[in-house]
Design a protein around this ligand. Structure first.
Ligand SMILES: Nc1ncnc2c1ncn2[C@@H]1O[C@H](COP(=O)(O)OP(=O)(O)OP(=O)(O)O)[C@@H](O)[C@H]1O
Ligand SMILES: [Mg+2]
Length: 222
């Protein structure tokens, strides 16, 4: 599903502040697997997720998703690839605080020119999966932290993406909400999503449905 070969990412190449954020990364994440990216702050986890979602391009090496060479995609195709194939769940939820849950969930569908009925069906399905349907009319600014995150999950799922990328998804959650998040991930795994989670939360270390833990140190897989 995700195939990374000899990947290097250097910020500000050839400048005095040149920084090699990722060095010679080789990684294969098969379909329907759940991989954890572990490593201290600054090790390169978020950078790797940005590369997989074609938000940034590598300095050298290749990334294939579903046999598509995504590093070579022009910007327009990269954003289409993201909206179709990738669901991204961030640490800060990046929601529109003044819109309600259903409206936030529907946002990724706007460019797709669907009928209102199709939009309603997809939004209802995603909110159910994320366990937030009971708050669908509530303005996001009035949600609890855990509920905001479930709204962000609904938005990430609304396009039915094959790949779910999570960046420190439990960093702003208390233990109960973190456990609830893990249940959602378990459901997504059973729906055969390919999932990558960057985290240092020890809660993830003992889960029996994780396929592999990848350790990153100073931009290298160890
Ligand atoms: N646009 C940029 N320009 C220069 N350096 C950058 C840029 N983006 C990230 N970096 C550097 O690359 C390194 C890796 O950053 P990254 O955000 O991937 O770390 P991380 O493992 O996600 O850390 P954290 O656990 O704190 O989120 C850091 O040292 C960071 O300062
Ligand atoms: Mg990060």
């Amino acid at each position: 599903m995700i195939q990374i070969k000899n990947l290097n990412l250097t910020f500000n190449p050839n400048a005095t502040n040149e920084f090699k954020a990722l060095k010679n990364i080789n990684l294969h994440i098969p379909k329907h697997k759940l991989f954890i990216l572990k490593g201290v702050s600054g090790s390169g986890k978020s950078t790797l997720l940005s590369l997989i979602s074609a938000l940034i391009k590598p300095t050298s090496g290749e990334i294939k998703v579903d046999d598509k060479l995504i590093a070579k995609l022009p910007d327009f195709h990269a954003s289409r690839f993201r909206s179709k194939d990738i669901g991204f769940i961030f640490q800060s939820f990046n929601l529109f605080e003044n819109l309600n849950v259903a409206e936030n969930t529907a946002l990724p569908l706007i460019p797709l020119k669907l009928s209102q009925q199709e939009i309603n069906d997809k939004v209802a399905h995603a909110m159910n999966l994320a366990n937030i349907a009971h708050k669908k009319d509530q303005t996001v600014k009035d949600l609890s932290g855990g509920e905001k995150q479930r709204c962000a999950i609904a938005r990430a799922l609304v396009n039915n993406p094959k790949i779910i990328l999570c960046d420190e998804p439990t960093a702003n959650l208390d233990r109960n909400n973190a456990l609830a998040f893990i249940e959602v991930i378990k459901t997504l795994k059973s729906l055969e999503k390919t999932i990558v989670i960057a985290t240092h939360d020890p809660l993830f270390e003992s889960l029996d449905f994780i396929d592999k833990v990848i350790n990153i140190k100073n931009g290298e897989i160890v």
